[in-house]
Design a protein around this ligand. Structure first.
Ligand code: HEC
Length: 137
């Protein structure tokens, strides 16, 4: 019993520090990317985000690659990396950790957009992408 309440106290502390470090939200990141793109948040487009997610591009080895290739057709489901490692769902509805840490989000946008599009994503594309994932259920 004592052990259990100690563990739950630890869990609460852990959550509190996670919240303190990760102050970003999908909405605050969308606002940030819209600002960078010089458009109002209302100009971000979930359908454009979905298209970015699904569209296949020729990969370096000739095989088609897309965001959905690793994150699966349904972003509320867990995906797989190319080496078969589990990737937690990308949609915040299924994984509340998503889009709560701007540095992490930027790191993976840079890496994955390079990988799939062979260029970085624009601020507008990043905003569209989060707009779409935010409403994925
Ligand atoms: C080769 C596999 C792969 C592909 C293709 C891929 N991703 Fe990812 N993505 C990952 C992995 C691995 C992570 C990091 C592990 C994790 O966070 O679960 C990740 C994490 C992310 C994150 C971090 C989100 C957060 O808040 O935690 C974003 C944003 C992201 N990917 C966007 C994209 C976009 C946009 C595309 C398509 C242009 C894409 N990914 C394609 C493997 C992939």
């Amino acid at each position: 019993m004592i052990k259990r309440s100690f563990l739950s106290a630890l869990a609460i502390l852990g959550m509190a520090s996670a919240v303190a470090v990760a102050a970003d939200t999908p909405a605050s990141l969308m606002a940030q990317y819209a600002k960078q793109a010089g458009v109002p948040v209302s100009a971000l487009s979930a359908p454009r985000g979905a298209a970015l997610y699904r569209t296949e591009h020729p990969g370096r080895d000739g095989q088609a690659v897309s965001c959905a290739g690793c994150h699966t057709a349904n972003p509320t489901q867990a995906g797989r990396s190319r080496v078969g490692k589990r990737i937690e769902p990308l949609a915040p509805a299924a994984n509340p950790q998503r889009f709560t840490d701007a540095a992490k989000v930027e790191k993976w946008f840079r890496r994955n957009c390079q990988d799939v599009l062979q260029r970085e994503c624009s601020a507008q594309e990043k905003g569209d992408f989060i707009a779409w994932l935010s409403q994925a259920r």
